[in-house]
Unconditional design. Structure first.
Length: 436
């Protein structure tokens, strides 16, 4: 198994956005091990960082975009495919503009830039997402099936079939993704549109800068004023998009993927399911192992005491970035006496309290030697998804969004059997700790 890799030196790609036609430039920069792929909008009043992960995907038609607040980065899939195919694990991508350069609609501009920059190994092991269980996602007649394979390989079979009345004959292609096969067989394949779709996009004001020679448009008689690079270029480009979207897992994917007419939205759904399965396996391993913090250690960190101590143990703490804890919900909880007799349901406010306590523990990792403690300030985006009843085990998660000298901002969730029960963004105020 290889080490993680980043690029040796910065490199740039310039051009026009495929949909917007705006001039844009991106700059690939080396990044530290474990940091993953990060886009940074540097043309905004303050730089906005957007990790290339599926939780940041915005809803768009025919493309993949990332969003953080009002800042977005559009049409990232061809760049992401190049990074995934070449094995670039960690990189920072500064972007002037809202959409990546479209080039010729393939991954080649990014491949050429990354190869020119070169790769360098880093002092951390390569950690792919290895598919261990068969997962199927479907949308109408489109489907994706992920299944176990070699832990060292990504194999993709794509079946592109628009039916007997489609403008394209059925195309099936299989590839074992390596840096060589990606660059030779997949990266040159260009994005394509059918003539009617191209007219609809023009009517919406998109892609007006493009001619038939700039983008592959398919009519009743084949490519219009253009030529295919491969007889089956369209299915190869679908594989290119899939390779790019899979990298939104935040790490390389290994296993077998079968695709039938899938597009970006279904690709994203598969990534979410793969991450859920990974999280479930990791949680099972944590539950069977020793806790990071037991109840005695928790009482040394938190001022809360039973019956208001809402965490039984902390399974793991990843620095000051992420914590996972457990609350076992028993019928003996005092609040069930009145909420409600005959139909006991854990009050939503206490689920929020449990998440806030875990958030306080997470921030305590940062505040341990500062003389500060985190006090609840506000809550946003609070949602309850399902009731929590006696016998349930709440798996709590807290992720640090921002920590400043006077405030902390944490995203929290509570799940029962992998099903989301509640979520919220919680802000804390840092105050001086009272002497004991």
């Amino acid at each position: 198994m290889r080490s993680q890799q980043t690029i040796q030196r910065p490199t740039e790609v310039r051009g026009l956005g495929l949909f917007t036609g705006e001039e844009v430039s991106i700059r690939f920069k080396p990044a530290s091990a474990g940091s993953g792929v990060q886009f940074v909008r540097v043309d905004t009043p303050a730089p906005v960082r957007i990790p290339a992960q599926v939780q940041h995907v915005g809803k768009r038609a025919r493309r993949t975009s990332l969003q953080n607040g009002t800042a977005a980065v559009e049409t990232i899939e061809h760049c992401m495919a190049a990074l995934h195919g070449l094995g670039v694990d960690n990189v920072e991508i500064e972007i002037h503009g809202g959409e990546l350069p479209g080039g010729d609609g393939s991954s080649l501009p990014f491949v050429h830039a990354l190869r020119d920059a070169g790769l360098v190994s880093q002092d951390r092991a390569f950690e792919p997402l290895i598919i261990q269980d068969t997962i199927r996602v479907q949308d109408g007649d489109a489907e994706l099936i992920a299944s176990p394979g070699s832990p060292d390989e990504l194999n993709i079979i794509y079946d592109l079939d628009y039916g007997p009345d489609g403008l394209l004959p059925r195309q099936i292609y299989a590839v074992r993704v390596t840096d060589t096969s990606f660059c030779d067989e997949i990266a040159p394949a260009r994005t394509f549109l059918f003539e009617q779709e191209a007219e609809q996009f023009r009517a919406l004001g998109l892609g007006k800068h493009l001619t038939y020679k700039d983008v592959l448009v398919i009519g009743p008689n084949g490519a219009i004023e253009n030529e295919f690079r491969f007889a089956n270029e369209c299915v190869r480009h679908k594989i290119l998009d899939l390779i790019g979207d899979l990298y939104l897992a935040g790490r390389a994917v290994r296993g077998k993927i079968y695709a039938y007419r899938s597009g970006h939205a279904l690709n994203h759904e598969l990534v979410r399911r793969l991450l859920e399965e990974l999280e479930s396996r990791e949680l099972s391993a944590r539950l069977s192992g020793p806790p990071a913090l037991d109840i005695r250690r928790l009482q040394q960190i938190l001022p809360h005491r039973p019956p208001f101590l809402m965490i039984d143990r902390v399974l793991s703490i990843e620095g000051d970035q992420r914590a996972i804890g457990i609350k076992n919900v028993s019928i003996n909880e005092s609040f069930f006496q009145g909420h409600y007799p005959g139909q006991p349901i854990m009050p939503g406010v206490l689920i929020i309290e449990a998440m806030a306590q875990l958030g306080g523990i997470l921030l305590a990792q940062k505040l341990e030697h500062t003389g500060k403690v985190a006090v609840l300030l506000s809550m946003d985006h609070v949602k309850f998804r399902r009731p929590v009843v006696p016998g349930d085990q709440l798996v709590l998660e807290a992720r640090t969004l921002r920590v400043k000298s006077r405030t902390g901002h944490v995203a929290c969730s509570a799940r029962v059997n992998q099903e989301l029960a509640a979520e919220a963004e919680i802000k804390f105020m840092m105050v001086d700790a009272e002497p004991l």
